[in-house]
Design a protein. Sequence first.
Length: 146
Amino acid sequence: MHDLFLLAEIEGQMIAIRSGQVESVVDIGAITPIPRTTPDVRGLAALRSRVVTVVDAAIVMGGGESRMGRQRAVVTRVDGHYYALQVDALDDVAEFQALPLASGLVLGPAWRAVATGMIEIDDCPVLIVDLSAIVARIGRQTRVAA
């Protein structure tokens, strides 16, 4: 059985997101900063008559510094709240067979916490990530290699 996935990239890591977790894909415009938040929370933005919390997914995953140039985002809803997770790139939506994580696949702690399986593209493994697990990591960036 094949499932529909959105392909994206965070800090050079290609990921697959189940389409059921994606509310929309957007380009983020103006972001209003929120005082006293952690560096991974960029602020609030108005998207299609709703306010979303804008989150830099690379920082959440323990990656590099925030880059103001990240404009692409995947919008998801977790516990009734909307989040726009900024990513480096968005690729395509396609059907793939979801597979369990390969036993020899070595993941850092951040990726292990959000990975639910994998797909294969040209015999290369691509992690399936749970967006709600990424949201749960907000404020927990550890600067440990992911």
